[in-house]
Ligand binder design. Sequence first.
Ligand SMILES: Cc1ncc(COP(=O)(O)O)c(C=O)c1O
Length: 398
Amino acid sequence: MKNRRPSTRDLRSPVGTEKRPVPAGNLRFPAGVPFVDLGLQHREIGASLAAAIKQVVEKGDFILGSQTGDFEKEFAAYLGVKHCVGVGTGSDALHLALRALGVGAGHEVIVPAMTFAATAFGVCHAGARPVFVDVSDQGCGLDPGRIEAALTRKTRAILPVHLYGFPAAMDAILDLARRKRLFVVEDACQAHGALYKGRRAGALGDAAAFSFFPSKNLGAMGDGGMVAASSDEAASRVRLLRNYGQPAKYVHESVGYNSRLDTVQSAILRLKLSRLDRWNAQRRRAAGLYRKLLASCPVTLPEPLEGTEPVYHVFTLLSERRDDLQAFLKAAGIGTGLHYDKPLHLQRCFQDMGHAPGDFPVAERVARQTLSLPMFPGITEEQVRAVATRIRRFFAVR
Ligand SMILES: Cc1ncc(COP(=O)(O)O)c(C=O)c1O
């Protein structure tokens, strides 16, 4: 049985669901491996998807319909938070969460220098100023030891990002925020389902923002976002702001926005939420296999903080030969990504802040070295092995 030739079924099953390990020597490698394959999850929910959409179409409650309210309650229960409020995008979730907490003009918010630009844009759209702080060695989140030096009398909030699905160092951040009377707004846009000491990312601070961009761990079929909040006041403020500032039709208490999570997207997200833990487990198993197969390569693999369970929105490694490695993988038909190849303080949109290369050395090194490998629910053992084999070949590791 040991050298049994793998059947087509073995090769196609998602990592970790195989009955027996597939012997590496027998693998016929796939022609290429995509960076992300969303088709797999959509085929899995295919029949229920059509029924869920049909139900919304028949009811016709496209804006703030019953499925949006149901999804908000289910996602709040999943996270273990008091309130969830569906909004148009993850970017809006960040902006509206900050505004709902009273963060705005004249205030500063601590933001990691290495994150997706939308984290900092949320601060700018709220009228406040992002203040960048360097990240910890792996690039996964704010370095809590560096935050205090960046605080001023204007600082109102800290905005940790659970980057790549790795929970940030929340105990230290929450402790500092409590001592300095600052809000903590989590950017959990890449961390649906991640655990920090048994609690969900997004349930740890005063408020959190989630994105449902299609490729996220919980992704819609279009844009979508969610604010999670512990206080009744912040949640009702977001509810007001997302819907033209209206507590009742044509009564406008604030200059609000039109930023609501569609009913159709909510129906789709409800279907996917029931599968999220299973899909995250598939990502974790694929990450475990990458870790094992790449252990002897001269690369740095991401290390979760103690007591955390990441959800591997992306699987990144750091390599001094990143560009050559990426080109080598591309030539083999293997898709990769760069998250992110320029830190925020060096982006043109923030040049007014007067930063220069060298200001945040860890973020700059991560930007030069980071490479994200194929990762998605349903990725097969064969696909992970194919990627790892190419990387080992690149480094001449046997
Ligand atoms: C870390 C982070 N913050 C914010 C966002 C913004 O979310 P959205 O694209 O839904 O506006 C994203 C996603 O793209 C993200 O990855």
